[in-house]
Design a protein around this ligand. Structure first.
Ligand SMILES: [Zn+2]
Ligand SMILES: [Zn+2]
Length: 352
């Protein structure tokens, strides 16, 4: 089969490799839709802890079951599935809490842990073997592109739920109008937010416009105003947002998020998933502001099914987030478009 391979950091090839077979507890999926994301760039650059090379990337994908392992009873060839990226060992203290995104056996394949497209081969390939637990049957009406967003919608949903969800009538500010920010806009609306504000930079003008189309009441280009958080306050009766969700992935974005919350508000930081970034915030903003500040990574226990339900009901529409569709044979072009943010790219959907 054809697969994208990172033989070593800072290099990729498209090559012929053996097809995987379904081991115990596994299914082999014929991959139909895979997106690339900023985490793939970190893996490519050798900056994602736990990844070994050569590596087949691809962690946001959907497809059709091609083969099931001998002991797998809940799937059949032909079933359409979206893939959940984190599978925990199932027996460490965090997994026993259902938080298998925080599994203490991260990267230990013998323990049963798998981070698909990170510690085990991913879906930038024609076929991929995954633990059956990672596969989520797509409900009626959803296609493979939706399946490629099962995990991503789950990430945005979990981040918001980490911070207590959205109370009906609350104001929500979202920092960073990339894929996860744009999903957060839709989820905040679905949860009953009264007001959704989105903050981005001058490089985000197309994405900010899309945020408005997807339900944001106000968009703020922080490069065009004196101080973004002040404008958030001005637009929320002088208070600041009840909930702030950060998916910018930068220290500046995280600082703006903390400074945009109302007194006693909640802030969830979800963008900076790799090490090496530091938050520069006046601590009194958090202490005197009585803020609840949460970190959120990936998504655990049962989120994927609800993520699929949000897409099935139309409360979350992922199609506007897919700016490009390309075949696997054009991976090099897809990679160039995505890495250089050409052509108003948001997500490039690759079809192996
Ligand atoms: Zn990703
Ligand atoms: Zn575990």
């Amino acid at each position: 089969m054809r697969a994208v391979i990172f033989p070593r950091p800072n290099e990729f090839i498209l090559a012929e490799v053996p097809e995987p077979i379904a081991g115990p507890g596994q299914v082999v999926v014929r991959v139909k839709s895979t997106t690339i994301c900023a985490s793939d760039i970190k893996i490519y650059q050798g900056k994602f802890p736990g990844v070994t090379y050569p590596h087949i990337p691809g962690h946001e994908w959907g497809g059709e079951i091609a083969e099931v392992g001998s002991d797998v009873t809940n799937f059949r060839p032909g079933d359409k599935v979206g893939v959940e990226v984190h599978i925990g060992c199932g027996s460490c203290p965090r997994c026993l809490e259902g938080l298998y995104n925080l599994c203490e056996n991260y990267g230990n394949i013998e323990s049963g842990h798998a981070h698909i497209g990170f510690t085990v081969p991913g879906g930038l390939a024609e076929y991929c073997a995954i633990p059956a637990r990672a596969a989520h049957r797509l409900p009626e009406g959803l296609g493979f592109d939706d399946g490629a967003f099962t995990d991503s919608v789950g990430i945005a949903l979990w981040a918001i739920e980490r911070a207590g969800g959205v109370g009906a009538g609350e104001s929500v500010a979202i920092v960073g109008p990339g894929t996860f920010g744009l999903l957060s806009v839709q989820i905040a609306r679905a949860c009953g937010a009264r007001q959704v504000l989105v903050l981005g930079t001058k490089n985000d003008s197309g994405r900010l416009a899309l945020a408005a189309e997807l339900g944001a009441d106000q968009i703020i280009n922080i490069n065009e105003v004196d101080y973004g958080p002040q404008l958030v306050r001005d637009l929320t009766d002088g208070r600041g947002a009840d909930l702030v969700v950060e998916f910018a992935g930068t220290p500046e974005g995280a600082r703006l998020a903390v400074e945009s919350a109302r007194r006693g508000g909640r802030v969830v930081l979800g963008g900076s998933t790799s090490p090496g970034k530091r938050l520069d915030v006046d601590l009194s903003t958090i202490v005197r502001g009585h803020l609840n500040v949460y970190g959120s990574v990936a998504n655990p226990r049962g989120i994927s099914q609800r993520a699929n339900s949000l897409m099935q009901s139309g409360l979350v529409d992922i199609q506007p987030l897919i700016s490009h569709h390309l075949p696997l044979s054009e991976f090099a072009r897809a990679w160039e478009i995505f890495c250089n943010r050409q052509d108003e790219v948001i997500r490039v959907m690759i079809h192996p």
